[in-house]
Design a protein around this ligand. Structure first.
Ligand code: ATP
Length: 352
């Protein structure tokens, strides 16, 4: 439905967007994920018609958007600073787009009602924007973006200004809203949680270029390089040497059928490791790939407890076993590696 082809956008002497190709299908949610300054917003602004292209094309529903003003493009926009009109009430804010489209008053009213219901603010038309909480304001901004019945909904860091609890709450609601709106969605964020939670496909951007566009499980288990992995929080990477379909790693030999020979870097996925049950250091030598280490500390993540284990000159994280005394600092343990939960980075000499 949306086809961005070889788009370049230059500010003075620097390319903010450098040869980007990206598609969004009807009903598909695509997240553009990348660090601050990588060009995400510029790309989104270009699709909205707020930034001229230096090169490339943007086609929506088969129509080249070149020369179409922002208000002539069938897109809905929502930004981090929601930019609601403070002196108008909720209904006037949400009805703004449909009014600008020249729709009759009764249609504007119906669109407004429908959009507010969608974000669970039914009946809030006459409330003052200034009296709403931050989360409610963001929902009004979302309602305003969908009230125009866009073909493409574009959101730029829509949850960026919210505190953690509100952010999580809205994050949980967004998939249903997107599903009910039913149009394509382009979602810009620097937060990998948001991208992986919401998107059918994630495009990872760095310095104006897209490094990888993939479905979340693929991105997570087969990142193209260490930057993409690191940006997703995957940082358990070790040097290996591959020969005869096996990687010689600190865990011992790891089978990698078909992998290219030579030096490489092996990503150990977060779910690859557990503790050998009942195993102190030195036990389980015949249990497949493993590594002896010592518990450093416990770490509480949102929904589980992890043990930080020192082994082979670095630390690793494994799910903590149940039980009060299990995994006390100083306890010798044996890490067990699931050899199917690793990924060898395709690289110069080490690809595979
Ligand atoms: N109007 C402008 N004039 C000159 N340079 C700009 C302009 N807008 C953006 N840039 C530069 O272009 C690059 C990309 O900016 P952009 O806002 O697209 O990045 P971003 O990934 O969205 O970052 P953030 O999440 O911080 O907004 C940055 O280096 C930025 O400084």
């Amino acid at each position: 439905m949306l086809r961005v082809h070889d788009v370049r956008i230059r500010y003075a002497d620097r390319l903010a967007v450098d040869g980007v190709d990206l598609t969004v299908g009807d009903g598909e949610v695509v997240a553009v994920l990348g660090p601050s300054g990588c060009g995400k917003s510029t790309l989104l602004r270009a699709v909205a018609g707020l930034e001229p292209l230096d090169d490339g094309t943007i086609v929506l529903d088969g129509h080249d958007l070149a020369g179409r003003r922002p208000d002539q493009r069938p897109v809905g926009l929502m930004f981090q600073d929601h930019a609601l009109f403070p002196h108008r009430d909720v209904g006037d804010n949400v009805g703004f787009g449909p009014r600008m489209q020249g729709l009759p008053a009764d249609v504007v009213t119906a669109r407004t009602r429908e959009a507010l219901a969608l974000v669970e603010l039914a009946g809030a038309e006459r409330r003052e924007v200034t009296e709403l909480s931050g989360g409610e304001q963001q929902r009004v901004a979302l309602a305003r973006a969908v009230a125009v019945h866009p073909r493409l909904l574009m959101l730029d860091e829509p949850l960026g200004s919210l505190d953690r609890a509100l952010r999580d709450q809205l994050l949980a609601q967004l998939p249903e809203v997107f599903g009910r709106v039913g149009c394509g969605v382009l979602y810009v964020t620097h937060d990998q949680d948001e991208a992986l939670t919401l998107a059918d496909r994630v495009a990872v951007m760095r310095a104006g270029r897209l490094l990888q566009v993939a479905e979340p499980p693929v991105l997570w288990s087969q990142p193209v390089d260490e930057f993409v992995a690191g940006f997703l929080g995957l940082d358990q990477v070790v040097d290996v040497r591959v020969a005869d379909g096996r990687a010689d790693s600190p865990f011992g030999p790891v089978p990698l059928p078909g992998a290219r020979e030579g030096a490489g870097r092996l990503l150990v996925l977060p779910d690859a490791l557990d503790l050998l049950p009942g195993g102190g250091a030195g036990s389980g030598a015949h249990e497949g790939p493993g590594l002896d280490g010592v518990v450093v500390r416990r770490r509480f993540a949102a929904d589980r407890t992890l043990l930080v284990v020192a082994a082979a000159g670095r630390t690793w994280e494994v799910p903590a076993p149940r039980g009060e005394r299990a995994g006390r600092p100083g306890t010798p343990v044996r890490l067990r590696l699931d050899p199917t939960r690793v990924h060898l980075f395709a690289g110069r000499a080490s690809g595979g």
